[in-house]
Design a protein around this ligand. Structure first.
Ligand SMILES: NC(=O)c1ccc[n+]([C@@H]2O[C@H](COP(=O)([O-])OP(=O)(O)OC[C@H]3O[C@@H](n4cnc5c(N)ncnc54)[C@H](OP(=O)(O)O)[C@@H]3O)[C@@H](O)[C@H]2O)c1
Length: 200
């Protein structure tokens, strides 16, 4: 079985791949493999586009867990296309770890208050995609980072996205990558939606 990484050329995905140290092989789904920072024989790479669900199907062969780092628009289409590909490929995906964004639930984040008010279209899309994944019947973990900062990894401050006000203001991509990794290997936050920050 393999873990499938969607959006593997992205900044956050690269941080995750850098710290990934499991034995299980990973498949990187990318639009253009030339954009991958490091070519590594430990990983297989499949090119495709989230706009075309049929291109996701080959990447799902033997896929056990799907980790999505794709962003940032159109998120509902990306979520729907992933689910269509899973359904059509008959793959036995046991869990989806999905990258959202803190503020998608209109919750208050940090000192700035509601992120939603600043970019309703962006957060509306994030929320719709999150709901599509939650309603898919596949076990999920939604990881909603606060605004990215440029710091190195710090201790993650985690709250439940749908029930709490997060006072954190921002987060390092390295911190978020660690939360993805810990959630993956320790089976943490199953069927939960968490907000991740590391700085007030
Ligand atoms: N900026 C923030 O403060 C913040 C805070 C919370 C959450 N987020 C979310 O986190 C996401 C990831 O952040 P990041 O810094 O890692 O962004 P990034 O470097 O722009 O990564 C986005 C990834 O998505 C891929 N992608 C986009 N459209 C695609 C498509 N149609 N098919 C396949 N792959 C596609 C990109 O591929 P290419 O390399 O081919 O373009 C890239 O690998 C953001 O997009 C945003 O939704 C951001």
């Amino acid at each position: 079985m393999k873990n499938l990484i969607l959006g593997a050329t992205g900044n956050l995905a690269q941080q995750f791949i850098n710290i990934y140290d499991q034995d299980k092989e990973i498949v990187l789904f990318v639009r253009d493999k030339k954009r991958l920072q490091s070519q590594n024989n430990h990983y297989s790479v499949i090119e495709g586009d989230m706009y075309d669900y049929k291109t996701i199907i080959p990447a799902l062969e033997d896929a056990d867990i799907v980790l999505s780092f794709v962003g940032s628009s159109p998120m509902p289409l990306f979520a729907n296309n992933l689910l269509k590909a899973i359904q059509e490929s008959n793959s036995n995906v046991k869990r989806i770890l999905w990258l959202g964004a803190a503020g998608a639930n209109k919750e208050t984040i940090g000192r700035e208050g509601s992120f939603w008010k600043t970019m309703p279209e962006y957060f509306g899309q994030q929320k719709d995609a999150i709901d599509i994944i939650i309603n898919s019947q596949i076990p999920y973990t939604i990881i909603n980072p606060a605004m990215f900062n440029t710091k190195k990894e710090q201790k993650a401050i985690i709250t439940q996205s749908d029930t709490q006000v997060a006072e954190v203001q921002s987060v390092s991509r390295q911190t978020v990558a660690r939360v993805f990794n810990n959630s993956l290997i320790n089976n943490q936050y199953i069927n939960q939606q968490i907000t991740v920050g590391d700085s007030y």
